[in-house]
Ligand binder design. Structure first.
Ligand code: FPP
Length: 227
């Protein structure tokens, strides 16, 4: 969800105004997934590296996360959304951690949409964390396989993402779901996150639907399997 800061600066406002506008765009994205029957949405809300931003901006974001948890969760629950948080939970203040745990418990039985919110998350952190967790359960190097390690990653039990949408004009992954994106399709747009619309999300999905995903196979093999 890149571009909140620039969106605000273009309007002569401070960056937190952009983050608040970004929060409204989050609602558009969730609504879009519910409407289209998309099963999972993972939002990169705050990276492991974002803690190094100016303290006022970090503080604004923490207050915004807290407010969103207070104001949005019950409605999301009513809509059948299951919410989970991925990332280094212990980095957050206790009040926020408690609300995250409450939101996860409240919505645990829902299945309309799996909404994963990545906070204090980094793809490298995820891989290291999974290695530690796996080795704690079995120190045998032979036990480390793609499947066993995958079961310790943050999105264990959920499908790998089909499509990554990055707003804000940059062409990079920025330490997002490094392990899980081995075969993810990428879609980049210069649109700043607060300006994202249902129409543009639809364009991204339509573009994705026209791609041939080969997963390392040849085109002939793929078409042979389909016929
Ligand atoms: C990146 O844009 C955005 C963030 C670091 C924060 C994203 C947070 C929200 C959209 C608020 C609510 C979200 C949830 C899911 C609770 P940037 O600040 O790096 O923009 P820039 O590149 O223009 O500076």
């Amino acid at each position: 969800m890149d571009g909140n800061g620039r969106w605000a600066e273009q309007r002569g406002s401070i960056r937190s105004v952009g983050h608040r506008a970004g929060a409204k765009a989050v609602q558009i994205a969730i609504e879009f997934c519910l409407e289209q029957g998309i099963g999972s949405l993972t939002l990169f809300a705050f990276s492991s590296e974002n803690w190094n931003r100016p303290p006022e901006e970090v503080s604004t974001l923490m207050k915004l996360f807290l407010r969103m948890l207070d104001t949005e969760i019950e409605e999301l629950h009513r809509r059948g959304v299951r919410i989970r948080f991925i990332g280094q939970r212990s980095d957050f203040a206790i009040e926020l951690r408690d609300k995250m745990a409450w939101a996860e418990a409240l919505t645990a039985g829902n299945s309309q949409l799996n909404l994963n919110i990545a906070g204090s998350y980094g793809g490298r952190w995820d891989i290291v964390n999974a290695c530690r967790s796996l080795l704690a359960s079995s120190p045998d190097p032979e036990a480390i396989t793609e499947d066993s390690l995958g079961r310790h990653m943050a999105l264990a039990g959920q499908p790998d993402p089909d499509l990554l949408i990055r707003t804000g004009g940059d062409f990079r992954i920025s330490n997002f779901l490094l392990w899980q994106m081995a075969y993810t399709e990428f879609w980049f747009t210069p649109t700043l996150w607060p300006d994202i619309t249902r129409k543009e999300l639809m364009q991204a999905v339509a573009d994705f639907a026209g791609r041939e995903r080969r997963f390392g196979l040849t085109s002939e093999q793929i078409h042979g399997e389909q016929s």
